[in-house]
Design a protein around this ligand. Structure first.
Ligand SMILES: [Ca+2]
Ligand SMILES: [Ca+2]
Length: 200
């Protein structure tokens, strides 16, 4: 192997590969719950097949001047995590759910919330690269039941090319299933194929 090629290969091995699209995805969004004060949250899923170190990663809504709210910790392959709007409201409604981030988007720095008329969620990695984006709406072709009737917005097609495509989303179960995929898969050992089968 020539020295230049050896150097190139060494560099590739030493550099963590960039996350491809669809490898960390938002799987459920509660933007307008049935309460008079919304109990907001969203759920993310590590579909990358590798453990992700979320140090330095952050999320923001559709307003770039809003506070960048940090993700944190690591996520094993298949792991699911929730970010709540307000911890007290979230834990009061979902007392059994413990896999949520310490930072909450309605109470970390300058408050922002998920608009009841549609909004955007953007997850960035530690290099500020955009790794997941969902632009959702409360009107057709988006499901309208999540707009205050109780259910969440639930990802239907995990292979979606564009997660802002309304056809990728459906109406969630009950008051949502924060922290577990469709309320049945909480097992980090589940394969991506298992999960995809559940979505179908
Ligand atoms: Ca809201
Ligand atoms: Ca869920």
């Amino acid at each position: 192997m020539r020295p230049l090629l050896i150097t190139l290969v060494a560099c590739l091995l030493a550099t963590a590969p960039a996350l491809a699209a669809g490898e960390l995805i938002i799987t459920e969004i509660m933007y307008n719950s049935s309460e008079s004060t919304d109990v907001e949250w969203f759920e993310i899923y590590n579909a990358s097949g590798t453990t992700l170190d979320l140090t330095g990663w952050w999320v923001i809504d559709d307003n770039a001047s809003h506070t960048q709210v940090p993700l944190s910790g690591t996520m094993a392959p298949g792991a699911v995590m929730v970010m709540a709007g307000t911890e007290a409201l979230f834990t009061a409604k979902h007392p059994g759910v413990t896999n949520y981030f310490p930072a909450c988007f309605q109470t970390h720095g300058v408050e922002w919330s998920l608009g009841n008329g549609g909004d955007q969620l953007n997850i960035h990695d530690a290099t500020n690269a955009l790794v997941c984006s969902v632009l959702f709406d409360d009107a057709a072709p988006w499901p309208t039941e999540p707009d205050g009737s109780g259910p969440s917005l639930l990802l239907l097609d995990a292979d979606c090319a564009d997660f802002s495509d309304a056809t990728c989303w459906t109406v969630g179960l009950g008051d949502g299933t924060p922290g577990v995929l469709t309320g049945t898969v909480a097992d980090g050992a589940a394969t991506w194929g298992d999960v995809k089968a559940l979505f179908r």
